[in-house]
Design a protein around this ligand. Structure first.
Ligand SMILES: C[S@@+](CC[C@H](N)C(=O)[O-])C[C@H]1O[C@@H](n2cnc3c(N)ncnc32)[C@H](O)[C@@H]1O
Ligand code: SF4
Length: 397
């Protein structure tokens, strides 16, 4: 087994640390079962092998966070913490409290820190929500995907009927003001009325945030194998566009406004600050197997397998799998890609002359708002949101 690389953080990357938002992401690589569409770095108990049980992972995580704080010198307190996965709720309230304690002890938490955990509704309960609220979590994000049983079957997703909505209500009753539900749209076989029913259920749950993603058929997944065998068709682009328009209209009507192409929030405070940190070029340390980090234009990622992760940390080394320094060109491309997807848009001075010229053409084509362009920002129109990736390509090529 080769030794993972050590991390080289040049002075220029560390300059300004603490003047930009600083987040901590913790990757929990465990799931009860693998959903057929998902290619995240996550493992069921049977897939893990030895040295990678949740206790070993937690031990490794504590070591990584301590080493991380040392490597950053005087690390800033975390403005945001996001515990994602995988299925963090499988750790239970005590496990999630231990994760947050490890962040507190290494980096410390800013006074008004946003602390989110992802959860699968099937591994949540009123006791879990009460426990993590006490521990200091402020936000819960639940994977719902759909309310239609036949859609959930295509996604290989088992939910007790109504469980995601009930879980959202339990989280709110436990004192969480900020609750998100994740939806997937465009699943083959999903009819307009199925999506409508899912949205009705989301709105009934009274959450203040919704993330809705077009189904992506990821290579190497069970879903991709079924598509290849012809058992299931690929998601249809026209259906995806019509679905997006429907869900945007229903969410906006209910007072949830888009602030990123795939994210809607009921208020400014309901926006996910942690994700805004990613989109606006902030710094974050990503801890856990396969987690990605970014500090001052240097990006690195951890080794993926939990056993290798814990073994490396047992030798007191950071489990870095690779790193890269972004060139000025990379940073500009990323900035356009990420900020153009925001409702606040991108300042025009972030574009070169060709890009600015192209932005005016995109506005003439109805893809960028003319009024915002006159005010110095490139902001997608409703039609532009449907073609966001194509608009980005026009502005940077
Ligand atoms: C880590 S999961 C959320 C928490 C928990 N693991 C669960 O699934 O309930 C993150 C979200 O990514 C989205 N996702 C994962 N794979 C996807 C794919 N292939 N296409 C679209 N969305 C996907 C799903 O909406 C999922 O809820
Ligand atoms: S969608 Fe969530 S529960 Fe399903 S395999 Fe992926 S991370 Fe696990």
């Amino acid at each position: 087994m080769s030794t993972p690389d050590d991390l080289h953080l040049p002075d220029f990357a560390l300059q300004g640390l603490g003047t930009r938002p600083f987040g901590v992401y913790v990757h929990v690589p465990f799931c009860a079962t693998r959903c057929g569409y998902c290619d995240f770095n996550t493992y069921t108990a049977g897939e893990l092998g030895s040295g990678a049980a949740p206790e070993d992972w937690l031990e490794g995580l504590r070591k990584e966070l301590d080493l991380a704080a040392q490597r950053l010198g005087r690390p800033p307190a975390a403005d945001t913490v996001f515990v994602g996965g995988g299925t963090p709720s499988l750790l239970g309230a005590d496990g999630l409290a231990a994760v947050l304690d490890a962040v507190r002890q290494s980096f410390g938490l800013a006074a008004d820190a946003e602390v989110t955990t992802e959860s699968n509704p099937e591994s949540t309960s009123p006791e879990l929500f009460a426990g993590i609220r006490d521990a200091g979590y402020t936000r819960v994000s639940l994977g719902m995907q759909s309310a239609a049983p036949h859609v959930l079957r295509v996604l290989d997703r088992t939910h007790t009927p109504g469980r995601p909505v009930a879980a959202a209500a339990e989280a709110r009753a436990a004192g969480f003001d900020h609750v998100n539900l994740d939806l997937i749209y465009g699943t083959p076989g999903e009819r307009t009325e199925d999506l409508q029913a899912s949205l009705d259920a989301v709105l009934e749950a009274g959450v203040d945030h919704v993330s809705a993603y077009a189904l992506i058929v990821e290579d190497g997944t069970a879903l991709a194998r079924r598509v290849r065998k012809g058992e299931i068709p690929m998601p249809d682009d026209d259906v995806l566009a019509a679905d997006y328009e429907l869900l945007d209209a229903m969410l906006e009507k209910a007072g949830l406004r888009w602030y990123e192409v795939s994210n809607w929030a009921a208020s400014e405070q309901a926006r996910c600050r942690h994700n805004l940190g990613y989109w606006l070029g902030g710094d974050w340390w990503g801890a856990g197997p396969g987690a990605h980090s970014h500090v001052g234009g240097v990006r690195w990622w951890n080794v993926k397998h939990p056993a290798r992760y814990t073994a490396t940390l047992a030798d007191a080394a950071l489990p870095v799998g690779g790193q890269e320094s972004l060139t000025a060109e990379d940073r500009q491309l990323e900035r356009v890609m990420l900020e153009l997807r925001l409702a606040d848009g991108l300042p025009l001075d972030a574009l070169d002359d060709d890009g600015a010229r192209e932005a005016r053409r995109a506005a003439a084509d109805g893809l960028l708002s003319t009024r915002d362009l006159d005010g110095g920002r490139a902001v997608l129109t409703d039609r532009g949101r449907l073609l966001a990736d194509a608009v980005v390509r026009r502005l940077v090529s």
